[in-house]
Design a protein. Structure first.
Length: 278
């Protein structure tokens, strides 16, 4: 039985402190994988991991040719949430210091959310607290059937503050209120039902197969159109249709005469692959 108090906190020796906290692998085709690499501490967050993730996301934002970014945890766990030593330090710091610490987490999550390429969380094991926030900040999330999730901050007298914009966007206010207020652990089926994840697969092998399938799908999509589509959703969400009609017409007109739009339609009519297809 998963312990909702212990799972977000990790208290074991940091045996991988000398290794890279975040690994980035990328193929020539533009498939990037970002791996949280604190397996001995179940990929728990501290200020160093947060900074390393921010740097990785900023690097990928500025890199040419990145088509899809996968995010996963090393050692069979996505992320156990907050590192215990980091939490101990936090309670000794001033409110101002804690604000700066929390802002670093918020900035890191925003850099993931703002990625031009499609982002996909690959979740196995547990995704607790900030780990579940990473899942919510991705465009898609695939998890194994035995994955567990929790926003357990309230059981520590805390709140899921910095991750809340992404979680509320993913699962809606009512679900977020209930899960934030109870801190309960829930399974993959419930995560799928409420929209925290977008697909559930049987096991790690199936998770890797899903990664390969999604990567192949993205090779057929124009990179500029992917970024523009993500921005489009952000700009029209929850706005009255009459307020966005003119702007959406302008956007489609612009892309129709743009390089990708011209190439894509001409390739379709000629029954050939467009230049970006692999």
């Amino acid at each position: 039985m998963t312990n909702p108090i212990a799972d977000p906190l990790v208290e074991v020796p940091d045996t991988d402190a000398a290794s890279k906290l975040v690994l980035i692998e990328a193929t020539l085709a533009g498939v990037a994988t970002v791996t949280l690499n604190r397996a001995a501490r179940r990929n728990a967050f501290d200020d160093h991991l947060i900074a390393a993730l921010h740097e990785a996301f900023e690097t990928l934002q500025g890199a040419e040719g990145v088509r899809v970014v996968f995010l996963r945890g090393a050692g069979g766990t996505f992320s156990a949430g907050a590192d215990l030593e980091w939490m101990r330090d936090a309670i000794e710091r001033s409110e101002s210091d804690n604000r700066e610490d929390a802002l670093a987490m918020a900035v890191m999550l925003k850099s993931l959310r703002d990625m031009p390429a499609l982002t996909v969380a690959l979740v196995e094991g547990g995704a607790f607290g900030g780990g579940a926030g990473l899942v919510a900040a991705c465009d898609l999330a695939v998890c194994t059937a035995d994955a567990k999730f929790s926003f357990s901050e309230v059981r520590l007298g805390l709140i899921a503050a910095t991750i809340s914009p992404y979680v509320v966007e993913a699962i809606g206010p009512r679900q977020a209120r209930g899960l934030f207020a109870t801190g309960r652990v829930f399974d993959a089926a419930h995560a799928d039902k409420i929209g925290l994840v977008t697909e559930v697969v049987a096991d790690t092998a199936a998770l890797n197969a899903a990664r390969d399938r999604i990567a192949a799908e993205m090779m057929a999509c124009a990179p500029g159109a992917v970024e523009a589509s993500k921005n489009l959703v952000d700009d029209v969400a929850y706005r009255p249709v009459e307020d966005v009609m003119e702007e959406t017409a302008k956007r489609i007109a612009r892309v129709r005469v743009g390089e990708e739009g011209q190439e894509g339609v001409r390739a379709f009519l000629a029954k050939r692959k467009p230049s970006w297809a692999v």
